[in-house]
Ligand binder design. Structure first.
Ligand SMILES: *[C@@H]1O[C@H](CO)[C@@H](O)[C@H](O)[C@H]1NC(C)=O
Ligand SMILES: *[C@@H]1O[C@H](CO)[C@@H](O)[C@H](O)[C@H]1NC(C)=O
Length: 392
C-alpha cells in the first residue's frame, strides 16, 4: 500500500478485504453485525416511519450512541456551547409564526416529530453495516491510480478553531450503487503530513449507504487517520447530538434547479475552548446539531491544522471508461450562477479567534477534463458531468 500514509486504512480490524490501494471495504461476520445493530439502535421513545423508507427512532438524549464511547462514559452532556463565536450569527428561535419558509426539510418531517429530550436517529439496518467504505485520498501526491476524484480548495499553515461553508444543494446523478458524489468540508489535524483527526460534513448521494439516489446530509469523523476509528453520522459513538429536528443521514430537500431557484445549507463548526474545547456543529444558522467532544481527538483537542472545501466522486472505471457520475450540478464551473454548484461564505476561525476568508489557499483538481473548479475570493464553483468526449 504505497499510499497508505494518508486516509487509506480500513475502517474495521475484522475481516478486511482490500480492493486496491485507495478503496477498502470490510465484511464483518453476521453475529458481529447483529451485536453491532443492537448496540447502535437504542430503544425508541417514539418511532416515525418516513415515506422514503427510513425508520426514525426518537431516542432519549441521554441514551444516545455517543455515550457508548469508552472516553465518554462519564461525559456530562452539554445542551449549548459555553459562549458563541464572535462574528457568527445564530438564530435558534424556533419561531413557527415567522413566515420565512424553513430552509431544510427531510421526508420524515411529514410524518411526525421527535419530542423534547429526544434526538431523531435513522435506524441502522443490517445492510447498512455491510457496505463499502472509502477513505479520503487527499494530500496524496500520486494521482494515477485514482479511483476517487477530489476538487477542492484547501488551506494550511494556521491554527484553526472553526470553519464555515455554505454548500449549494444539488442532486447529482450517480452511475452505480457503490459510487458516491459529495460536497463537503474537511477540518483536519495533520501531523508530519499524516492525517490524524478529521471532522467532516456535507451532502452526498451514495446508494450503498442510503439505498436511494437522493441527496443526504452527513457528518464524518476519524481520530486515527481513517484507521480503526471513524464513521458516518451516528453509526459509531462519538458525536453528541442535541437537536431534535434534523436526522443525520436523512435526505435533505429542496434541491437547486438548473437555471432556477438555488438552495444551500450552511455548515459552521467551531471549537468552544472556554467550554472544554468541544467542536460544535451548526446548520444554516438555526440548528445547533451537537458536538464532537474534545477528548475524541489528539491534535484537534488543541486546534486543527488543515481545512478544505470541495467535491469528491468515486470512479469505478467500468470497462476502462470514466464514470458518468456527476459532481455538483453535473455542469462545469464556467457555467457559474444558477448552473454550476457553488460553495460560498468560505471562512475559517483562525488562531486569533477571528473569522476570516481563506488565505494562501490551494486549488486542487484531480480530473480537470471531467470536473473542474473556479475559485473566487470566498466562494467557488465546482463540478462537472464526468464521462464525455474530453473525459473518456
Ligand atoms: C468514570 O468514572 C468512574 C467512577 O468514578 C471511574 O472509575 C472511571 O475511570 C471513569 N471513566 C472515565 C473514562 O473517565
Ligand atoms: C406520512 O405522511 C404523509 C402525509 O401526511 C402520508 O401521505 C403518508 O402516508 C405517511 N407515511 C407513512 C409511512 O406514515
Amino acid at each position: 500500500m504505497a499510499l497508505c500514509l494518508f486516509f487509506l486504512a480500513p475502517m474495521s480490524s475484522v475481516g478486511i478485504g482490500i480492493r486496491d490501494t485507495n478503496t477498502v471495504f470490510s465484511k464483518k461476520p453476521k453475529p458481529e453485525v447483529r451485536k453491532q445493530l443492537k448496540r447502535l439502535n437504542k430503544p425508541a421513545l417514539k418511532t416515525i416511519e418516513s415515506p422514503d423508507g427510513d425508520i426514525i427512532d426518537c431516542v432519549d438524549i441521554y441514551n444516545q450512541p455517543a455515550f457508548d464511547h469508552p472516553l465518554l462514559k462519564n461525559h456530562t452532556i452539554k445542551m449549548r456551547p459555553s459562549s458563541y463565536p464572535e462574528g457568527f450569527s445564530f438564530d435558534e428561535s424556533n419561531d413557527v409564526s415567522s413566515n420565512s419558509k424553513p430552509e431544510i426539510t427531510q421526508p420524515w418531517h411529514l410524518n411526525g416529530s421527535c419530542p423534547e429530550g429526544t434526538i431523531p436517529i435513522r435506524r441502522t439496518k443490517e445492510k447498512d453495516l455491510l457496505r463499502a467504505y472509502y477513505g479520503k485520498k487527499k494530500l496524496s501526491t500520486i494521482h494515477d491510480e485514482t479511483d476517487t476524484s477530489i476538487h477542492e480548495i484547501s488551506e494550511e499553515g494556521d491554527r484553526y478553531y472553526g470553519l464555515n461553508a455554505e454548500i449549494n444543494v444539488w442532486n447529482p446523478a450517480v452511475m452505480a450503487q457503490d459510487e458516491f458524489s459529495l460536497a463537503q468540508f474537511w477540518v483536519a489535524g495533520v501531523d508530519n503530513r499524516n492525517v490524524i483527526d478529521t471532522i467532516e460534513a456535507g451532502i452526498m448521494v451514495y446508494h450503498d449507504m442510503y439505498h436511494d439516489y437522493e441527496t443526504h446530509i452527513f457528518i464524518f469523523w476519524t481520530s486515527d487517520g481513517y484507521g480503526s476509528t471513524g464513521c458516518y453520522n451516528l453509526e459509531c459513538p462519538g458525536f453528541v447530538q442535541v437537536d431534535n429536528r434534523i436526522v443525520l443521514g436523512a435526505s435533505v430537500t429542496p434541491y437547486s434547479v438548473y437555471g432556477g431557484e438555488q438552495h444551500s445549507l450552511n455548515f459552521f463548526i467551531w471549537k468552544d475552548d472556554l467550554g472544554g474545547g468541544d467542536w460544535w456543529l451548526y446548520l444554516s444558522h438555526r440548528y445547533l446539531l451537537g458536538y464532537w467532544p474534545a477528548s475524541l481527538f489528539s491534535i484537534m483537542a488543541g486546534s486543527a491544522t488543515y481545512v478544505s472545501w470541495g467535491g469528491e466522486v468515486t470512479n469505478e472505471q467500468i470497462g476502462g471508461q470514466h464514470t458518468t457520475t456527476q459532481m455538483g450540478s453535473g455542469h462545469f464551473a464556467e457555467e457559474a450562477t444558477n448552473r454550476a454548484s457553488f460553495f460560498q461564505n468560505l471562512k475559517v476561525m483562525d488562531a486569533h479567534q477571528v473569522l476570516r476568508g481563506p488565505r494562501n489557499s490551494r486549488r486542487s483538481v484531480t480530473a480537470p477534463n471531467c470536473y473542474n473548479l473556479l475559485k473566487h475570493e470566498d466562494f467557488f464553483y465546482f463540478g462537472g458531468p464526468g464521462r464525455s468526449l474530453q473525459c473518456p
